[in-house]
Design a protein around this ligand. Structure first.
Ligand code: KMH
Ligand code: ZN
Length: 271
């Protein structure tokens, strides 16, 4: 089995400091959080950024500030969100890619997301994929439901996403596929041999699904974007606390944690 890649999704678009005061939102806070997560075993930092009012933003300058602040603190793979917040126009979602991060998210379809619709039209997904291909940015195909998995696989078949592809199974969103471990196993079984995958469990599923992914040879995402608690009724003190726990579980399960350099090699990210 490959070593375990831990991604920290440190901020997100929906979580607010009112939900968990330890959420990093400014570039300086994000850099501090990213550094602590890397120390704890994370090799990818998935970022969303905020404007001066702490509202979600896809503005390239906000991304640049966070990106540079994180890079100044540590060597880590910074994965930009191209999902933004629900309702962010596609042109805004595309814009930060001009900074050429090593990775970016690529959402593989539309779904009911809480009480709203997270819209990802095929033409927009293909546009994002094409831009990532041109700029040699490794996409992480985000899958929240089974139809999206089939569509994601078709992007690889068509050559819009280069093989070997990397998939993220986001399980336990309200109205997406649930966090039942069976769903993870089913989707893993649909992947081609050379693909890699990770799981992002939402809420309590963050902890429940981590050992399942670790046993299956998959990778794990944790962080305050997806889950604000350490355990029931107890808010997480930091993103790093969540990373530390999954690294500890992996070590107990004899699955060593990948360094940043090893992650670049496992995911075939550009040098
Ligand atoms: N904020 C969600 C609507 C991504 O980062 O690409 C979408 C999201 C996915 O968080
Ligand atoms: Zn995200």
């Amino acid at each position: 089995m490959e070593k375990l890649i831990i991604t920290a999704a440190i901020t997100g678009a929906e979580t607010q400091k009112t939900h968990n005061p330890n959420l990093p939102v400014t570039a300086a806070e994000q850099a501090e959080a990213a550094f602590a997560c890397v120390q704890a075993g994370a090799s990818i930092i998935h970022i969303h950024v905020r404007d001066e009012q702490e509202k979600p933003s896809q503005n390239i300058n906000h991304f640049k500030q966070a990106y540079e602040a994180i890079k100044a603190k540590c060597d880590v793979i910074v994965q930009f969100s191209t999902g933004g917040a629900v309702g962010t126009p596609i042109q805004e979602r595309l814009a930060p890619l001009d900074l050429k991060p090593e990775m970016a998210s690529l959402n593989a379809g539309s779904l009911n997301f809480g009480d709203e619709v997270f819209e990802n039209l095929p033409k927009d997904i293909e546009h994002l994929a094409e831009k990532m291909r041109q700029l040699d940015i490794k996409p992480e195909i985000e899958v929240y439901d089974l139809g999206m998995l089939e569509y994601g696989l078709s992007l690889v078949k068509q050559g819009l996403v280069a093989a070997p592809a990397h998939f993220q199974f986001v399980l336990g969103t309200r109205h997406g596929l649930s966090g039942d471990p069976e769903n993870l196993i089913y989707m893993r079984n649909k992947l081609p041999e050379n693909a890699t995958f990770a799981v992002a469990g939402i809420g309590r599923h963050q902890l429940n699904l981590a050992p399942v992914a670790i046993s299956l040879g998959g990778h794990v995402r944790v962080g305050l974007e997806d889950n604000i608690y350490f355990r029931k009724g107890e808010l997480a003190k930091s993103n790093a606390q969540l990373v530390e726990r999954v690294a500890r579980i992996a070590t107990e399960m004899e699955r060593p944690v990948a360094s940043v350099a090893e992650t670049r090699s496992i995911l075939k990210i550009r040098k």
